[in-house]
Design a protein around this ligand. Sequence first.
Ligand SMILES: [Zn+2]
Length: 535
Amino acid sequence: MKVFRHLAIATLVAVPMVASGQAATPAADPRLDRLKTEALAAVEGKAKMVQEIVDMLFSFGELGFQEFESSKYLTGILEQNGFKIERGYAGIPTAWVARWGSGKPVISLGSDIDGIPQANQKPAVGYREAQVPFAPGHGEGHNSGQAVNIAAAIVVKQIMEREKIPGTLVLWPGVAEEQLGTKAHLVRAGLFKDVDATIFTHVSSDLGVSWGTQGANALISAEFRFRGQTAHSAGAPWRGKSALDAVLLMAQAWEMKREHLELAQRSHYVIPDGGDQPNVVPQTASIWFYFRHLDYERTMPMFEAARKMAEGAALMTDTKVDTVMIIGSAMDQHFSKSIAETMSKNIVRVGMPKWDNNDITLAKALQKELGVRETGLDTTANEVRAPNPNQVRTGGGSDDIGDVSWVVPTVTLRYPANIPGGPGHNWANAIAMATPIAHKGTLQGAKVQALTLLDMYLTPKVIADAWDYFRTVQTKDRKYIPFIRPIDQPAIWLNAEIMSKYRDEMRKYYYDPSKFKTYLEQLGIKYPTVKGIAQ
Ligand SMILES: [Zn+2]
């Protein structure tokens, strides 16, 4: 997901008043203040654990559906800390659910764990330098979010045990988020059925939270496969029926369609199968699209239009549409007002990390390298962000946390583990992700997370208000309709080939915390390594 900044136009959004009759909801627990102070110190005490998790996942650099090392490592930590693990959740080999506690409320914590193709990059080096050239890497920063959740969960669990506070913690990974590949399947498998609230965490360069409709688009990811007939491309081309021709015509048809779509749409494609070699007329070919628009109602017609184009392209080339697969999807996002407002107070209390000169030097050097404004690092935590009315939504990235947000009150905590100004999905966005910038920003996120969990476990009103908003405002006129059809299954084969190509070489650089304090120490990289400063 790419995070976009938007103007807060709170005054344009009419939010109905909460219905009366809520007076019976119990107030905050008298222990709350004391326990929050204790939790802040306890999370600070997890700084080493946070650094190790962040660095370890960075060194694995695994792509979506192939997060085997990452999931093994994370579930190991959770198991050691008393969580019960269910592996292979929803038929996804790298998905898992970790549970601890009993009774209500049930609060789920999620965060993505997958990387970006060809984003492999030496951390702390302020210019392009791969550790393993062309290999995947954490060019989105998904190596940090689980550390936020795990550190907070362990601290809060210890407090709940001692204080006999009822409630359940449920942790889960966003597998293959870059393929928008699994959260709709987690919903379908029933993960959120008994969940009272979800806090999702996502890397950012700022510390903040939002409520209501946000900028992210809904999305359908679909692959269209064509089947033709092979022939010698020179000896008997008249006997061939080119599946690649169908792919090219379909792509061209979509370029024509683009002119007639509302501006907030995003659509893009790659050709995973374009044939084998030029002298063989391609018998098979495929084109993989992401269709994005503001909501379900606008995204679904893009997919339906593409289906017609596929049929047209097959007619024109005398080939057949072999399969149309939905291999990923995401609903647009709507976040909980009461949880966001509760979290926002904790954000103000925790504040931004204390950056030092090395952090700022790396940030400015990278910004200079990228030709963007040399602003360094964010220093002030953000106010809670109010919704954007549709007329100012201009479209953007997507995250399948949207699906979760339509079945249970949800917020996304953005925590400051990265440098502002990166293009996203790029090696530049990986540079900070195993440095003190990521370690400090992730720890700060974990503090906000722990405080917010305590608010939710000890103040029933937070969750009661969240459900009131969810029922009377968010889902008053709109219900969740998943994009995935009963026949659609998680695309667990994705990225297997790429990972098998690079894994052996990447394994040489897996982080070994028993020998090295940090991953930078293991790689022998000076912090920061930037142009113009003698090494
Ligand atoms: Zn993301």
